[in-house]
Each structure stands twice: as structure tokens, then as C-alpha cells.
Design a protein around this ligand. Sequence first.
Ligand code: FES
Length: 385
Amino acid sequence: MSAAEGPKPPSEAELAEMDRDQLVELGTKLDGVELVEYPDPWPVKGTRAEKRAERAIAAWFGLSALSAIAFVVVIASPWDPHWWEYKSPFDEDAHATYSLYTPALGVTLGLAILSLAIGLLLYTKKFIPHEVAIQERGDGGSQEVDKATILAQLADAGNRSTIARRSLIKRSAGLGVGAIGLAAAALPVASFIKDPWKDTENKDSLWHTPWKSEFPGEVVYLRRFTGKWDETEPVLVKAEDLDAGAMETVFPFRESERGNEKAMLHALKRVDSPVMLIRLRPSDAAKVVKRQGQEDFNYGDYYAYTKICSHVGCPTSLYEQRTNRILCPCHQSQFDALHYAKPIFGPATRPLAQLPITVDKDGYLIAKGDFIEAIGPAFWERKSQ
Ligand code: FES
């Protein structure tokens, strides 16, 4: 039944004089609603059960607030601003803490939202009257009287839920919502806390890889991985070891680490270590276009590119000799090995970083230095070309 077909709407003056109960009653009549049941969830006030329900809801909101605050603390890490930074598995204590960072973010934020939702559900279940009403479908838009009465009904529902006198629930809910709001604000801000320019000379910074020598003048060789993780004598790569058109994955070996099993293993396992050593066929080498400023990074037909994709860091392990394309299997980016490994297909936008190489007096391939740019995925401090 629509308002037009129901009881006669009151005048504005009559409307202004009605209290909330009268407006609720009028609203149901005008809407053709019949309230079959409208029980007070707690007809006897102040019972132990009612207080228990209130405390349970406050506890969920409190847990939500605590979890959200814990999330902010984790993301802001006030006691150690570097604990989320990558720590090698060889650094057992630091790596354990580092490994907890992402789970800690997920658990704290997830618990904050879940606890808030449970608190709201419990409040609805325990304190909002569960009325049974029957209403016929109406046509057309709402009239002023409908709007006034629906507002009264909503206010009445709020009033009957007794939220006004439940300061414990109000305070804990406010705390929970406020803390989650703080957590939501911390998320985008936290991305800007780390300064990639800080401590750039550190070998573990974003700008360096294990191809950086430990001290000036130290030679860093290109090392072959033989499948043995506990080698203390490295197998080094000589210029004549690769056939034309071949590709091999090589790792850094610093002279200062000879005999040091742990350090050599570390160099094999570091994510930024692997490099693709490609020996071009002479006919292809003649077509090479070198990158400005990197004209002497190759040694003859040998070119060395990082294996870490410039898109999101997968290993670009596939080299197609016929087309001289390097392929990343993750999202199918392709890089042109004849054109300083610049991307020619797929989502990657930056060339693979090139390692400058040469040979020593004995013919072993060595790095002339570290990469001159950060390897791997893009970040805001990197230039596109
Ligand atoms: S990580 Fe290589 S294409 Fe996405």
C-alpha cells in the first residue's frame, strides 16, 4: 500500500508535534507495514546476561583496536627501522625476524578487520530489536512524510538498541574504527618510509649486488655452478669455454672468498647474483647495438646480462639462439640480446642491466665492476632508459 492509499497524512503542524513513537507508528501505517513482532531484546534491564553480551562486544572492538595499533607499530617499526629489509638466510637471527614481517602485517590487519566485523555482528544480534514486519510493495518516489517517518524509525531502532547508554561499546567501537582508520592511512604512507638513497655504498643496498668487490682492486670472477653447494674451489669460466650461440648462467666469485664455503654458498644463493653469459655468433655480433655509455661492457662476442627480469624480478632464463631473444617465462617479456637487452615485447619497460666484463691475464672472464644501475624490478628512483 502506498502513502496515497493509506491513512490520511498529517499536516505539517501535526507532524511537528508528534514524538518519535508516534512517528514510528505513523510511518508503519503509511507504508502499509504491519509490525507483527517488535520485541525488546532485553526486557529486563541490567541482567548479567545483558552485561556479558555487552562485555563480549566491547572485547571484540578492543581486540580490533589493539590489532590495528599493532599493525601500525609493525609497519612503522619504531624500535628498528630496518627490520623489514632483506636479510640473508645465512644471517639466522636477522632472517627469522625479516621472515616474520609480511605475516605480521597480514595477521594484525586481518585480525583488526575481523574483530570489528564480529563486534558489529554481535551487536546487531544482541541489541537490535528483531522485529517481524509485513509490508506491501509501493510505487513511486518517497514523499516528505515518508522521509520524516523513516528517519524516526531509524532513530527509534538505534534508541531501542540502547546504544546511547552503552558507553563501553561506543568507546570500544570508536577505538576500533579509529585504529583501523589509522592503519588504512599508514598503508600508503609506509611505502615512502624507506629511503633507497641511504647507505647506497652498502653492498646489500638496492644499488649493489655480489658483483661488487669487497675492497678496491679485488678481482670478481665469473663462476660456473657445478651442482655442488659445498665447493670451496670454484670452477671459473674461460673465454673459450662457450660455443658461439651458447648461454650459461654464472655467479660471482670474489678472490677474498676462496676456501670460505659459507661465503661462496652465499654468493650462489643471493637472488641478485645470477648472470646470463651469452656468446653471440660472429654474424650476430656484427649487428650489435650498444647502449650509450656501455660500449666496452662486452668482451668480444661475450655479453653478460642480469638474470633478474626488469618487470617484477622473475629469472629470465630462456635464450633463443636463432632470434637472439631473452625470454622471461613469468609474463612473456622478451629482450633483444643484440640491442643491449632492451625489452621488445611484454610488460617489462627497462633493459636488463648489463654486467661489464673482460678477461684477466690467464684468460678467465672477470667482472670489471658491479652493475652500474639497480637490477630487477622498477622502483620510483630508477630511470626508464
Ligand atoms: S617478471 Fe618477467 S615479464 Fe614479468
